[in-house]
Design a protein around this ligand. Structure first.
Ligand code: GAR
Length: 187
């Protein structure tokens, strides 16, 4: 079984998509062996209910949190590390050590609307404000430059004239689910 470690900061819908895909055998040969968060969040509660080892850390500077996460990961080395709504930035040392093993799901068509400060609803608000006609989601490898690693998969959706940041986030969430599972399958 290929082990997946998931890093989270919030609700954990992307983490839940992965768990469902494993349960439904859409993702066969994988198991989630570890969930780590950088703050108290409902994703951790969900993982614990599913009897997955779940560790909640405190949000600190990137060097400190990167070392802490590294020290946990080395005890049971995963096949891949998925950032599923993980909002802390990992430092260069971490990204280099785990290069090629860490993927991130981002709620825009990178390289547009990526980088520091561009996460979650901030992205959708900026997209609507700029009257974009399309948006979507991207799965990419994680490198020391935020949201700038090689793209694995990306998929777009149309933005209607009545779109709000909230309705767009729901549309993008469906895309995230699809391309995240597909990316893990393809790895
Ligand atoms: C997701 O939309 C994910 O793409 C985004 O945070 C949300 C987390 O939702 N990630 C980023 O913005 C990373 N820059 P979830 O906790 O319900 O999976």
């Amino acid at each position: 079984m290929k082990k997946i470690a998931i890093l989270v900061s919030g609700k954990g819908s992307n983490m839940q998509y992965i768990l469902q895909a494993i349960q439904n055998r859409i993702l066969s040969g994988f198991r989630v062996n570890l969930v780590i968060s950088d703050r108290c969040c409902s994703a951790i509660q969900y993982a614990l209910k599913k009897n997955i080892t779940a560790i909640s850390l405190e949000k600190t500077d990137k060097k400190f949190i990167s070392r802490k996460i590294n020290n946990i990961l080395v005890k049971d080395i995963p096949y891949i590390i998925v950032l599923a709504g993980f909002l802390s930035i990992l430092d260069a040392e971490f990204c280099e050590k785990w290069f090629g093993k860490v993927i991130n799901i981002h709620p825009s068509l990178l390289p547009k609307y990526g980088g520091k400060g561009m996460y979650g609803m901030n992205v959708h608000q900026a997209v609507i404000k700029n009257k974009e006609k399309i948006s979507g989601a991207t799965v990419h490898y994680v490198t020391k430059d935020v949201d700038a690693g090689d793209i694995i998969l990306k998929k777009s959706c149309k933005i209607s004239s009545k779109e709000t940041p909230m309705s767009l986030s729901q549309k993008v969430s469906l895309i995230e689910r699809e391309i995240l599972i597909q990316s893990i399958k393809n790895l």
